[in-house]
Design a protein around this ligand. Structure first.
Ligand code: TYD
Ligand code: MG
Length: 456
């Protein structure tokens, strides 16, 4: 066993974390260019005697008699509780990712005054001075006398300052890309630094049973620096997303060791900080006008919650031999596929048409049940005719043009009814429900039937 300290030079890809013994212009693993950087790593010598504590091995408590004690701290922000599956668990490490300026620092500052029953509240910023942090806290009307803020970018200084902090505490580190260790030669933000500092913070959280929230800025392609390496080190990965042109912000869970990853939280950025959006459906439909062509309402499910959103399509003539299929908030490949299904199954000609798709409010939707709403919006725009008034759509479209059933149909229909919609256009396989309901179900088998709906 090597007990000596050692200095080594490694070449590490800043995109995927792959290590090489020599420099290269293109990473062999992820094929990204100009991302392999030389990094010096210095390993510390091992201690002579490695001691084993008495309680190194533990037994699992009998769940029948006593519940395992994973204390959860609920917050006053219901949207955060929803995303985390109940609240923060002691000793867990949460990574909050998002584009710069999207509102991560704002969210965490508000969180610190919304989480109760905590002994030590600590916010450490490596990006802003304590004055800037406290100005923001004042503007956000954060009322928490127990909150302590600090500004430091040295991980060892931070951990020494935190040495007294134990159980029942929350520490926010803003951000992982700006803190660093002197033991690592490479600059802050590099893979080695980010990985080392995260590991130190994880050890601190686990050894002291403290909740640690780490902010991570995402890179241009939407990944947190050293993405995969960081994601497996922490217990929970949250992404804060949204379009800066809109007020809406979505908190999404990418990984959660203590709950499901399906739920989303919806917020609106206001002049007084983030406000929770209790009824996202009406928020995303606020500007919906059912007299316009190219607009369809989709009744979707995010986690367990139905959310209605507005799907806008524009079909326009083009002389470009390779017409554009472009989408915001939706997978462009799926858009191309749906256009191909429409051309083939409905005999519509899109070879001289550009097709654009947008989901209003900056939402991103990945569930296949959106297909029918997308197809309806495209057809409506192509024929310059609005879809029927008060209609919502959901259903997956298969390559054969058949409309497939979607899960949680009943919740989708109920939500549409709650918001005053009068008809639902969905798959022929959707189960009937209470006949007394006022909303009408129009079940269709093939996308060809959309043309009929349009013409009436
Ligand atoms: P911030 O939390 O600093 O973003 P991040 O930490 O993700 O980089 O938020 C910055 C943006 O939020 C900035 O563009 C201004 C806006 N903002 C408001 O609109 N209202 C507010 O009350 C606050 C604090 C910020
Ligand atoms: Mg910030």
């Amino acid at each position: 066993m090597n007990r000596m300290g050692k200095r080594t030079t490694q070449y590490i890809c800043q995109s995927c974390g792959a290590m090489f013994s020599k420099w290269m212009g293109q990473c062999d693993v992820c094929k990204d260019w100009n991302c392999v950087v030389e990094e010096l790593t210095e390993s510390k010598p091992l201690a002579d005697n490695i001691s084993i504590p008495d309680n190194f091995f533990e037994t699992i408590p009998d769940t029948g008699k006593s519940q395992p004690d994973a204390t959860r701290h609920e917050t006053e922000m219901k949207e955060i509780n929803r995303v985390l599956g109940g609240g923060f668990v002691d000793g867990s490490v949460i990574l909050l990712g998002g584009n710069p300026g999207i509102g991560k620092s704002t969210l965490l500052m508000q969180l610190l005054s919304a989480i109760k029953g905590i002994e030590h509240y600590i916010y450490i910023s490596a990006e802003e001075s304590t004055k800037q942090v406290s100005m923001r806290a004042q503007r956000l009307k954060v009322t928490n006398d127990d909150l302590r803020i600090a500004s430091s970018s040295n991980i060892h200084q931070i951990l020494t300052a935190l040495s007294e902090i134990k159980h029942n505490s929350i520490v926010v580190i803003d951000s992982i890309q700006t803190i660093s260790s002197d033991l690592i030669q490479s600059p802050p933000g590099s893979i080695s630094q980010v990985r080392f500092c995260t590991q130190e913070l994880v050890n601190f959280a686990k050894n002291n049973d403290v909740i640690v929230v780490i902010v991570g800025h995402v890179t241009k392609d939407g990944a947190i620096a050293g993405p995969k390496t960081l994601e497996h080190m922490v217990d929970c990965v949250l992404y804060f997303e949204g379009d800066k042109a809109y007020d809406y912000r979505i908190l999404r869970c990418e990984k959660n060791r203590y709950g499901s990853t399906d739920e989303i939280g919806v917020f609106a950025m206001t002049t007084e900080g983030l406000r929770e959006v209790a009824n996202p459906s009406s928020a995303f439909l606020s500007e919906y006008d059912d007299n316009v062509s190219g607009v369809a309402v989709f009744s979707g499910i995010e986690g367990t919650r139905p959310i209605l959103s507005e799907i806008q399509a524009l079909v326009s003539n083009t002389s470009n031999p390779a017409p554009r299929r472009s989408a915001i908030g939706f997978d462009p490949y799926r858009l191309s596929m749906l256009v191909a299904v429409l051309s083939n199954r409905c005999k519509l000609n899109f070879s001289n048409k550009d097709v654009y798709l947008n989901i209003a409010g900056g939402l991103k939707i990945t569930e296949p049940a959106i297909d029918l709403a997308v197809v309806a919006a495209i057809v409506s725009s192509a024929f310059h005719r609005p879809l029927p008034q008060g209609a919502v759509f959901f259903g997956e479209v298969s390559l054969s043009g058949e409309i497939r059933q979607s899960h949680l149909s009943y919740s989708r229909i109920k939500e549409a009814q709650k918001l005053g919609f009068s008809q639902v256009i969905c798959s022929y396989k959707t189960e009937d429900f209470d006949k007394n309901e006022k909303i009408r179900l129009r079940k269709i088998k093939s996308i060809r039937e959309i043309l009929g709906i349009l013409n009436k």
